[in-house]
Design a protein around this ligand. Sequence first.
Ligand code: SAH
Ligand code: SF4
Length: 361
Amino acid sequence: MRIPDHLEGDAGGKVALLDLTYAELEDLALSLGQPRYRAAQIAAWVYKHLASDFKEMHNLPLALRERLAEVSEIGRLTPLEEITSQDGLTRKVLFSLPDGHTIESVLLHYKRRHTICLSTQVGCSIGCPFCATGQAGFERDLSPGEIVEQVLYFARELQGTGQRLTNLVFMGMGEPFLNWEATWKAVQAFTDPRRFGLGARHITISTAGFVPGIEALAREESQLGLAISLHAANDELRERLVPLNRRYPLEVLMEACRDYVKRTGRRVTFEYALIEGLNDSPSHAQELAGLLSGLLCHVNLIPLNPIADCAWRGSPKDAVLAFQRELRKEGVPVTVRMDRGLDIQAGCGQLRSRRGTCQAK
Ligand code: SAH
Ligand code: SF4
């Protein structure tokens, strides 16, 4: 029986099982002369029992297991390096992809949560000058399976310790909305009860402000969490920090956020990295409060993490607390987030695939 063209991998290679939608998994089962329900069995093995080899799938006939191994593969990422922070709470893995590129993903342990920070692209084309991923430039988009596999990898690791993954954040390398088709397909795999089965509310998409993406989420009335990397409340400063602001200035971005809240009833999280002497004064806080006024939202403040070759520094603690007080005074819900895993370069914006240079002056 022939594998349908639309399922076949690159250059006629093996089918990448993790790239497939559920319907495509059914197509694969049918094309192998199997009943449709085999898709449910394979999905359960891959996404629930976290099998990494067809040999483990013992309720499938042996001949089918062998045929599946011939025509398809479950995973394509190879862990090259794993490193755990000194406090043992953050773990970063460097994966190599079949074409030799590398990506990083992070597992964060909290008291009751276990969160994975996922990458969606090799590098990033937006080029925020304070971000190690942006410094390195853009190489390519990840496939849906390459996104999904980061989660399966850590889920397997957690399974061994009796812990369960609770949250996913698209806050690793890349801009999820610029690789939306693959990201959305991965999200479907995570939320589909027949596959990974995680509630959409436990998944957060972070964006530098790609408005068509925010609009698409709003249209779907999706329950995914939305985080906007804001970092400045006026266009002049934001253009320096997040170059995408030239295409989608604050007025347009805020309108999309208001519409998202209206349609989904969910609050928007705004990430604000405090940079010493640049965006961290009490008047910047007032400007931010003005911009967010009347919007259902929450602000996460985080002192900028150090990255190589970047002149900017995180704000000192006093300035961070003063900024928070100012926002509170104006009635804006705000938390200060002390970033994690800095000793292993696993903090926000520290992930990278290769070295680059910062343009901050
Ligand atoms: N491209 C998306 C998803 C990546 S999330 C986005 O930008 O939202 C990475 C988060 O870390 C973003 O909020 C980003 O602005 C922030 N970040 C990048 N570099 C940082 C740094 N050096 N210190 C603190 N936060 C940083
Ligand atoms: Fe890209 Fe986000 Fe880094 Fe900016 S902060 S360069 S958008 S990954």
